[in-house]
Design a protein around this ligand. Sequence first.
Ligand SMILES: NC(=O)c1ccc[n+]([C@@H]2O[C@H](COP(=O)([O-])OP(=O)(O)OC[C@H]3O[C@@H](n4cnc5c(N)ncnc54)[C@H](O)[C@@H]3O)[C@@H](O)[C@H]2O)c1
Length: 265
Amino acid sequence: MTIVLPVKAKANTQLLADRVAFVTAAGSGIGRAGAIALAQCGAHVVVTDLDGKLAAEVAAEIVSEGHKATSKQLDVTDDDALKIAIDNTITRFGRLDILHSHAGIQIEGTLEQVSPEGMDASWALNVRSHFMAARAVVGQMKKQGGGSIIITSSNSGVQFDREMIAYATTKHAVVAMTRQMATDYAKHNIRFNTLCPGFVDTPFNAGFEVQMGGRPALEDYIKQNIPMGRWATVDEISDAIVFLASDMSSFMTGHALVVDGGECI
Ligand SMILES: NC(=O)c1ccc[n+]([C@@H]2O[C@H](COP(=O)([O-])OP(=O)(O)OC[C@H]3O[C@@H](n4cnc5c(N)ncnc54)[C@H](O)[C@@H]3O)[C@@H](O)[C@H]2O)c1
Protein backbone atom coordinates (compact mmCIF):
# COMPACT_ATOMS: atom_id res chain seq x y z
CA MET A 1 0.00 0.00 0.00
CA THR A 2 1.31 3.47 -0.88
CA ILE A 3 1.06 5.85 2.05
CA VAL A 4 0.30 9.43 1.06
CA LEU A 5 0.64 11.92 3.89
CA PRO A 6 -1.50 15.07 3.75
CA VAL A 7 0.02 18.50 3.20
CA LYS A 8 -0.95 20.81 6.04
CA ALA A 9 -3.21 23.68 4.95
CA LYS A 10 -2.14 27.25 5.70
CA ALA A 11 -3.62 28.47 9.01
CA ASN A 12 -6.40 31.05 9.05
CA THR A 13 -4.70 33.60 11.30
CA GLN A 14 -8.00 35.36 12.12
CA LEU A 15 -9.99 32.25 13.11
CA LEU A 16 -9.18 32.58 16.82
CA ALA A 17 -8.10 36.24 16.93
CA ASP A 18 -8.53 37.79 20.39
CA ARG A 19 -9.23 34.41 22.00
CA VAL A 20 -7.33 33.00 24.93
CA ALA A 21 -6.53 29.29 25.13
CA PHE A 22 -5.21 27.24 28.04
CA VAL A 23 -3.61 23.91 27.11
CA THR A 24 -2.36 21.21 29.50
CA ALA A 25 0.38 18.70 28.63
CA ALA A 26 1.37 20.96 25.76
CA GLY A 27 5.10 20.29 25.94
CA SER A 28 5.10 17.30 23.59
CA GLY A 29 3.16 15.34 21.00
CA ILE A 30 -0.48 16.18 20.37
CA GLY A 31 -0.73 18.86 23.07
CA ARG A 32 2.26 20.68 21.59
CA ALA A 33 0.93 20.50 18.03
CA GLY A 34 -2.48 21.71 19.19
CA ALA A 35 -1.01 24.64 21.12
CA ILE A 36 1.02 25.71 18.07
CA ALA A 37 -2.00 25.36 15.75
CA LEU A 38 -4.25 27.40 18.07
CA ALA A 39 -1.60 30.14 18.20
CA GLN A 40 -1.19 30.07 14.40
CA CYS A 41 -4.95 30.74 14.20
CA GLY A 42 -4.54 33.89 16.31
CA ALA A 43 -5.18 32.78 19.90
CA HIS A 44 -2.94 33.70 22.82
CA VAL A 45 -2.01 30.26 24.13
CA VAL A 46 -1.03 29.50 27.70
CA VAL A 47 1.23 26.49 27.20
CA THR A 48 1.44 24.32 30.33
CA ASP A 49 3.16 21.01 31.02
CA LEU A 50 4.50 18.96 33.91
CA ASP A 51 7.89 19.64 32.32
CA GLY A 52 8.23 23.43 32.55
CA LYS A 53 11.25 23.45 30.24
CA LEU A 54 9.29 21.78 27.44
CA ALA A 55 6.38 24.19 27.96
CA ALA A 56 8.76 27.16 27.77
CA GLU A 57 10.33 25.79 24.56
CA VAL A 58 6.92 25.42 22.89
CA ALA A 59 5.89 28.94 23.92
CA ALA A 60 9.22 30.32 22.65
CA GLU A 61 8.73 28.52 19.32
CA ILE A 62 5.25 30.05 18.98
CA VAL A 63 6.52 33.54 19.78
CA SER A 64 9.46 33.13 17.38
CA GLU A 65 6.91 32.48 14.59
CA GLY A 66 5.24 35.81 15.41
CA HIS A 67 2.31 34.39 17.40
CA LYS A 68 1.25 34.79 21.04
CA ALA A 69 2.05 32.44 23.91
CA THR A 70 3.17 32.24 27.51
CA SER A 71 4.19 29.15 29.45
CA LYS A 72 3.77 27.67 32.90
CA GLN A 73 5.00 24.51 34.59
CA LEU A 74 1.88 22.64 35.74
CA ASP A 75 1.12 19.21 37.13
CA VAL A 76 -2.60 18.80 36.47
CA THR A 77 -2.96 16.40 39.39
CA ASP A 78 -2.09 19.29 41.74
CA ASP A 79 -5.58 20.76 42.32
CA ASP A 80 -4.36 24.02 43.81
CA ALA A 81 -1.72 24.66 41.15
CA LEU A 82 -4.24 23.93 38.37
CA LYS A 83 -6.83 26.32 39.82
CA ILE A 84 -4.22 29.04 40.43
CA ALA A 85 -2.84 28.77 36.88
CA ILE A 86 -6.34 29.09 35.39
CA ASP A 87 -7.33 31.92 37.76
CA ASN A 88 -4.13 33.79 36.90
CA THR A 89 -4.85 33.40 33.18
CA ILE A 90 -8.35 34.83 33.66
CA THR A 91 -7.01 37.71 35.78
CA ARG A 92 -4.32 38.53 33.24
CA PHE A 93 -6.45 38.41 30.08
CA GLY A 94 -9.93 39.09 31.48
CA ARG A 95 -11.24 36.04 29.60
CA LEU A 96 -10.64 32.38 28.75
CA ASP A 97 -12.22 31.08 25.56
CA ILE A 98 -10.64 27.67 25.00
CA LEU A 99 -9.55 24.97 27.41
CA HIS A 100 -7.78 21.97 25.92
CA SER A 101 -7.38 19.62 28.87
CA HIS A 102 -5.06 17.09 27.32
CA ALA A 103 -2.92 15.33 29.94
CA GLY A 104 -3.38 11.59 30.22
CA ILE A 105 -1.67 8.37 31.22
CA GLN A 106 -1.70 4.87 29.77
CA ILE A 107 -1.08 1.98 32.13
CA GLU A 108 -1.19 -1.30 30.25
CA GLY A 109 -2.54 -4.57 31.55
CA THR A 110 -5.44 -6.77 32.55
CA LEU A 111 -7.41 -6.76 35.78
CA GLU A 112 -4.71 -8.88 37.45
CA GLN A 113 -1.79 -6.92 36.00
CA VAL A 114 -2.85 -3.34 36.79
CA SER A 115 -2.24 -2.45 40.44
CA PRO A 116 -4.86 -0.53 42.45
CA GLU A 117 -2.34 2.34 42.46
CA GLY A 118 -2.20 2.20 38.64
CA MET A 119 -5.98 2.34 38.44
CA ASP A 120 -6.06 5.31 40.85
CA ALA A 121 -3.36 7.14 38.88
CA SER A 122 -5.32 6.57 35.66
CA TRP A 123 -8.46 7.95 37.24
CA ALA A 124 -6.58 10.96 38.68
CA LEU A 125 -5.13 11.99 35.34
CA ASN A 126 -7.62 10.71 32.75
CA VAL A 127 -10.82 11.77 34.52
CA ARG A 128 -10.38 13.81 37.70
CA SER A 129 -7.88 16.35 36.32
CA HIS A 130 -10.31 17.17 33.48
CA PHE A 131 -13.13 17.59 36.01
CA MET A 132 -10.96 20.01 38.02
CA ALA A 133 -9.81 21.97 34.94
CA ALA A 134 -13.33 22.32 33.53
CA ARG A 135 -14.63 23.28 36.98
CA ALA A 136 -12.06 26.09 37.15
CA VAL A 137 -13.01 27.65 33.78
CA VAL A 138 -16.81 27.42 33.51
CA GLY A 139 -17.52 30.35 35.86
CA GLN A 140 -15.59 32.74 33.61
CA MET A 141 -17.04 31.21 30.43
CA LYS A 142 -20.55 31.73 31.81
CA LYS A 143 -19.74 35.39 32.53
CA GLN A 144 -18.33 36.04 29.07
CA GLY A 145 -21.14 34.22 27.23
CA GLY A 146 -19.50 30.96 26.20
CA GLY A 147 -16.40 28.96 25.48
CA SER A 148 -15.08 25.70 24.08
CA ILE A 149 -13.76 22.93 26.31
CA ILE A 150 -11.90 20.11 24.62
CA ILE A 151 -11.00 17.10 26.70
CA THR A 152 -8.64 14.50 25.32
CA SER A 153 -9.99 10.99 25.53
CA SER A 154 -8.92 8.44 22.90
CA ASN A 155 -10.58 6.08 20.48
CA SER A 156 -10.15 3.77 23.50
CA GLY A 157 -12.98 5.88 24.95
CA VAL A 158 -15.42 4.57 22.35
CA GLN A 159 -14.11 1.03 21.76
CA PHE A 160 -12.36 -1.60 23.88
CA ASP A 161 -8.70 -2.57 23.61
CA ARG A 162 -7.13 -5.78 24.77
CA GLU A 163 -5.33 -5.73 28.13
CA MET A 164 -5.93 -2.03 28.80
CA ILE A 165 -8.41 -2.05 31.67
CA ALA A 166 -7.22 1.16 33.34
CA TYR A 167 -6.91 3.13 30.09
CA ALA A 168 -10.10 1.99 28.36
CA THR A 169 -12.20 2.37 31.52
CA THR A 170 -11.03 5.90 32.32
CA LYS A 171 -11.13 7.04 28.68
CA HIS A 172 -14.75 5.84 28.44
CA ALA A 173 -15.52 7.58 31.74
CA VAL A 174 -14.22 10.91 30.49
CA VAL A 175 -16.40 10.69 27.36
CA ALA A 176 -19.40 10.11 29.64
CA MET A 177 -18.42 12.99 31.94
CA THR A 178 -17.93 15.34 28.99
CA ARG A 179 -21.34 14.49 27.55
CA GLN A 180 -22.93 15.16 30.94
CA MET A 181 -21.16 18.53 31.25
CA ALA A 182 -22.22 19.35 27.68
CA THR A 183 -25.90 18.92 28.53
CA ASP A 184 -25.58 20.93 31.74
CA TYR A 185 -23.77 23.92 30.20
CA ALA A 186 -25.23 24.13 26.68
CA LYS A 187 -27.59 26.87 27.85
CA HIS A 188 -24.53 28.96 28.70
CA ASN A 189 -23.08 28.44 25.21
CA ILE A 190 -20.19 26.46 26.70
CA ARG A 191 -19.39 23.55 24.41
CA PHE A 192 -17.75 20.38 25.70
CA ASN A 193 -16.31 17.84 23.28
CA THR A 194 -13.84 14.99 23.57
CA LEU A 195 -10.94 14.49 21.21
CA CYS A 196 -10.53 10.77 20.47
CA PRO A 197 -7.31 10.11 18.53
CA GLY A 198 -6.15 6.70 17.41
CA PHE A 199 -2.45 5.91 17.01
CA VAL A 200 -0.32 9.05 16.83
CA ASP A 201 3.42 8.54 16.76
CA THR A 202 4.51 10.33 19.94
CA PRO A 203 6.44 9.25 23.05
CA PHE A 204 3.06 8.36 24.59
CA ASN A 205 3.11 4.92 22.95
CA ALA A 206 6.41 3.82 24.53
CA GLY A 207 4.65 1.51 27.01
CA PHE A 208 2.44 -0.04 24.35
CA GLU A 209 5.53 -0.57 22.19
CA VAL A 210 7.08 -2.62 25.01
CA GLN A 211 3.80 -4.48 25.49
CA MET A 212 3.81 -5.32 21.75
CA GLY A 213 7.40 -6.62 21.93
CA GLY A 214 9.28 -3.76 20.27
CA ARG A 215 9.08 -1.22 17.46
CA PRO A 216 8.93 -3.59 14.46
CA ALA A 217 6.02 -5.48 16.05
CA LEU A 218 4.24 -2.19 16.75
CA GLU A 219 4.77 -0.98 13.15
CA ASP A 220 3.39 -4.29 11.92
CA TYR A 221 0.39 -3.96 14.24
CA ILE A 222 -0.34 -0.46 12.85
CA LYS A 223 -0.11 -1.68 9.24
CA GLN A 224 -2.40 -4.64 9.91
CA ASN A 225 -4.98 -3.06 12.25
CA ILE A 226 -5.48 0.51 11.11
CA PRO A 227 -7.62 0.53 7.95
CA MET A 228 -5.60 3.48 6.60
CA GLY A 229 -2.45 1.48 7.33
CA ARG A 230 -0.50 4.17 9.16
CA TRP A 231 -0.11 6.40 12.19
CA ALA A 232 -1.84 9.79 12.37
CA THR A 233 0.43 12.80 12.14
CA VAL A 234 0.17 15.27 15.03
CA ASP A 235 -1.01 17.87 12.49
CA GLU A 236 -4.01 15.71 11.59
CA ILE A 237 -4.98 15.77 15.27
CA SER A 238 -4.28 19.49 15.70
CA ASP A 239 -6.66 20.23 12.80
CA ALA A 240 -9.39 18.52 14.86
CA ILE A 241 -8.38 20.58 17.91
CA VAL A 242 -8.68 23.84 15.93
CA PHE A 243 -12.06 22.67 14.59
CA LEU A 244 -13.40 21.96 18.08
CA ALA A 245 -11.92 25.15 19.54
CA SER A 246 -13.32 27.45 16.87
CA ASP A 247 -16.72 28.55 15.62
CA MET A 248 -16.35 25.97 12.82
CA SER A 249 -17.94 23.58 15.36
CA SER A 250 -20.27 26.18 16.93
CA PHE A 251 -23.34 23.86 17.04
CA MET A 252 -21.41 20.81 18.19
CA THR A 253 -21.36 19.82 21.84
CA GLY A 254 -21.16 16.50 23.67
CA HIS A 255 -19.41 14.94 20.69
CA ALA A 256 -16.61 12.37 20.79
CA LEU A 257 -14.55 13.29 17.72
CA VAL A 258 -12.74 10.16 16.59
CA VAL A 259 -9.66 10.69 14.40
CA ASP A 260 -8.20 7.22 14.00
CA GLY A 261 -7.79 6.21 10.37
CA GLY A 262 -10.81 3.93 10.69
CA GLU A 263 -9.50 1.79 13.54
CA CYS A 264 -12.71 1.71 15.54
CA ILE A 265 -15.07 1.07 12.63
N1 LIG B 1 -0.28 9.51 21.08
C1 LIG B 1 -1.32 8.71 20.89
O1 LIG B 1 -1.27 7.73 20.12
C2 LIG B 1 -2.62 8.99 21.62
C3 LIG B 1 -3.79 8.36 21.16
C4 LIG B 1 -4.99 8.60 21.82
C5 LIG B 1 -5.02 9.48 22.90
N2 LIG B 1 -3.88 10.08 23.30
C6 LIG B 1 -3.98 10.97 24.47
O2 LIG B 1 -3.20 12.14 24.29
C7 LIG B 1 -2.63 12.54 25.54
C8 LIG B 1 -1.11 12.61 25.49
O3 LIG B 1 -0.65 12.08 24.32
P1 LIG B 1 0.58 12.72 23.50
O4 LIG B 1 0.72 11.86 22.32
O5 LIG B 1 0.40 14.17 23.34
O6 LIG B 1 1.77 12.39 24.54
P2 LIG B 1 3.30 12.84 24.71
O7 LIG B 1 3.95 11.73 25.42
O8 LIG B 1 3.88 13.32 23.44
O9 LIG B 1 3.17 14.11 25.69
C9 LIG B 1 2.64 13.96 26.97
C10 LIG B 1 2.93 15.23 27.76
O10 LIG B 1 2.18 15.14 28.97
C11 LIG B 1 2.96 15.73 29.99
N3 LIG B 1 2.44 15.27 31.28
C12 LIG B 1 2.55 14.04 31.82
N4 LIG B 1 1.98 14.03 33.04
C13 LIG B 1 1.49 15.27 33.26
C14 LIG B 1 0.82 15.89 34.36
N5 LIG B 1 0.55 15.22 35.47
N6 LIG B 1 0.47 17.20 34.23
C15 LIG B 1 0.75 17.88 33.11
N7 LIG B 1 1.41 17.36 32.05
C16 LIG B 1 1.76 16.07 32.13
C17 LIG B 1 4.37 15.24 29.69
O11 LIG B 1 5.35 16.02 30.34
C18 LIG B 1 4.42 15.35 28.17
O12 LIG B 1 4.93 16.59 27.74
C19 LIG B 1 -3.15 11.54 26.57
O13 LIG B 1 -4.33 12.04 27.16
C20 LIG B 1 -3.44 10.32 25.72
O14 LIG B 1 -4.38 9.46 26.32
C21 LIG B 1 -2.69 9.85 22.70
